[in-house]
Design a protein around this ligand. Sequence first.
Ligand code: CP3
Length: 347
Amino acid sequence: MAARMSPDTPVFLRACRREPVPYTPVWIMRQAGRYLPEYRELRARVDFVTLTRSAELAAEVTLQPVRRFPLDAAILFSDIMTPLQGMGIGLEFEPGPIVREPIRSRAQIEALPALVPERDVPFVLEAVRLTRAGAPAGVPLIGFAGAPFTLLCYLVCGKPSKEFSAARAFLYAEPEAAEQLIDRLADAMSAYLRAQAAAGAQALMLFESWAGLLGPPEYRRFALRGARRTLAALRTLGVPLIYYANQASALMEVVAELDVDVVGVDWRSPLGSVRRTLGPQKAVQGNLDPAALFAAPQELERQVDGVLAEAGHEPGHIFNLGHGIWPETDPGAVARLIDHVHERSRR
Ligand code: CP3
């Protein structure tokens, strides 16, 4: 059992460790992005890939939402595909990632180089350092990576998709090759997250955005395998580990086997039952429907109250949306959401 953190430790980090906190911390998935006028203003002049590859600009965009709102954490501005670009995979963003040569063969998997973060994505690590230097006190920085199965979805299909049918067919047609790809990606993301922590990231998050495409056996064989392999070597770093599993209602019993501090939950699963399934050793993060930000102010407050009530009074809840914020969202609604979470949860 880890020693208790000092009262000076940011509220977000204490909640990750399931320690009592004076109020529920809140941050928002995709909080740096197109719903913010200051992001759109910058994007009108600079394309997305340049933003992610310039340490100064990536740090600036990371800090935009933290300057505007009293958020309890910052998340590095980058993309789950950025390290793959660093491994030499040709891709464009339109705005979702398009892989020039989708991976379908053993030969392609075996040709994938290892990721050496300091050499291949130095700008990401420098963005971490610059963000830490510029972040307000008490606002920790979350580093992140895509989980291996979610990365496999993009690499095999070559583009965003609802069903990711080519990726799922690949799991059944070539299961050993799929495992090999998962393992390669896990080793790369493990090195990537370790380097982010060394550069100053205070928590590490793995995005399993497409968990919900799989039933429990395939989830366990491919996705859980990859997440485990990625995170195993990071346990000793002493930073909280967060695993976001989208559309994973039917998978929570398997997710519970993963040794992480926090599980990110989408809005389809009530937090109360998720907490019962995960047990007392894990905190939860989530899970307001991003669409709820379009409700009238009073209804938005009622929705926030509903999430807080589901999370209950036990320590270990970080408020967030159930998935990324929509570009059409009014920043004023975000401000009201954050204030209401803080006010209503104050103990
Ligand atoms: O604020 C933050 O959360 C940090 C930035 C961040 C981005 N992508 C920036 C981005 C993070 C954490 C991601 C992760 C990411 N990228 C995920 C996992 C989280 C999730 O939403 O499930 C996934 C699946 C991707 C892949 C991806 N990148 C898609 C599907 C898209 C297009 C859809 C979209 O939201 O625009 C991107 C592009 C992307 N990544 C943009 C941003 C701000 C838009 C690019 C632009 O400005 O034109």
